[in-house]
Design a protein around this ligand. Structure first.
Ligand code: SF4
Length: 356
């Protein structure tokens, strides 16, 4: 399908970022979406948009206040009104003596997100990952207790949030942090009367039965191998490369068996230095296994080894999205009915579901 002007704008924003000319928005940077960005609503779309990384200083886009409205401006010309995702009311409350904002953040429209264990055991971390940065900055705590997370989920549920994305650092290479994820997932379900849908993200465990445990409480999962080119993966994510593709394949297969076709996703990051063909090869492989390829542009996080990189151009992303969408469509994995919860349902960090 030909992308609309609004979708093109979203893709451009995610490639170039937005400069913030309003103080209120500055205060909300990092309060939603991935580690670096601001969440905007416009023209019925939602987008997390880079706002702090070095490349953003060259962006033609600014966010400005004009009268009572917040507007997106390109090279001085007003494009459209936008809404900046507001901090939820639960941010002002505490659970277990900890500010709820440090336990789970607003993600997108109706989602809360939490990294239940904010550390990584790998000797060589992935170059694009900022998992330790928010902990060092005091914006979160190292480990979330299931009980406290359940309290936050209940408060968020009362405010209208309907899904939770729970991820974890790779705390160990055997269980991959899944037991804590399961306890947190169960707590979210319990505290919301089973109402809040839960998505869990983890690395492929040695014992595949752990995936069945995850499926017993969570509705969907992501097992992310962000790059499908062996050499690039070895350079940017040596720990993932060392696990080997067979371990990912086995985990995707088991997760699809346990959660159902279309309830499992895998991020593919575009812009890590990979050959273009590898992104589409990854889409073919994943869809053949019933896994949704969540294609998205690199989001360079200041302070990480890739923090001074820039995302791919909008024209490159658009052509990649269109080719990926064609593969997803012809595989039968369509947007409708895919992933009860998680990034594919949220859609803020990628335009793939806008283009499908
Ligand atoms: S797409 Fe995923 S990471 Fe991005 S804001 Fe939505 S839930 Fe968070």
């Amino acid at each position: 399908m030909e992308p609309s002007d609004a979708v093109r704008l979203k893709v451009e924003l995610q490639s170039q970022g937005v400069r913030l000319a309003i103080e209120d928005a500055k205060g909300r940077v990092g309060g939603a979406g991935p580690a670096e960005g601001i969440t905007l609503f416009f023209e019925e779309l939602i987008a997390t948009v880079p706002a702090c990384a070095a490349f953003v200083s060259a962006s033609p886009f600014t966010l400005e206040e004009r009268g009572a409205a917040t507007v997106l401006v390109r090279d001085g010309s007003e494009l459209c009104r936008v809404e900046v995702a507001a901090p939820p009311a639960y941010y002002s409350r505490k659970a277990g003596g900890v500010a709820m904002e440090k336990i789970a953040l607003r993600h997108g429209r109706d989602c809360i997100g939490s990294t239940v264990a904010q550390s990584c055991a790998r000797a060589e971390p992935c170059l694009f990952c900022g998992i330790s940065l928010s902990r060092k900055a005091g914006a979160t705590i190292a480990r979330k207790s299931p009980g406290d997370l359940g309290e936050v989920a209940a408060a968020a549920w009362d405010e209208g949030f309907s899904q939770a994305v729970l991820t974890t650092g790779t705390t160990d290479l055997e269980e991959c942090g899944i037991p804590l994820l399961v306890s947190c997932s169960e707590a979210v379900k319990r505290s919301t009367g089973g109402g809040m849908e839960v998505h869990v993200q983890f690395e492929p465990p040695e014992d595949l039965a752990l995936i069945d445990r995850a499926a017993s409480s969570a509705d969907s999962a992501a097992i992310n191998l962000e790059c499908f080119d062996e050499d690039t993966l070895a350079r940017v994510a040596p720990g993932k490369a060392a696990l080997g593709p067979d371990r990912y394949r086995a985990a995707w297969g088991r997760a699809v068996e346990a959660m159902g076709e279309g309830q499992v996703a895998c991020f593919i990051i575009v812009g890590l230095g990979e050959p273009a063909a590898s992104v589409l090869e990854g889409c073919h492989l994943l869809t053949s296994l019933g896994v949704f390829p969540y294609v998205l542009p690199l989001r360079p996080i200041p302070g990480t080894p890739m923090g001074s990189c820039a995302p791919p151009s909008a024209s490159y992303m658009l052509s990649t999205y269109e080719a990926a969408a064609g593969i997803i469509e012809s595989s039968g994995l369509s947007r409708k009915g895919v992933l009860a919860a998680g990034c594919v349902r949220c859609g803020a960090c990628s335009a793939i579901t806008d283009i499908l």
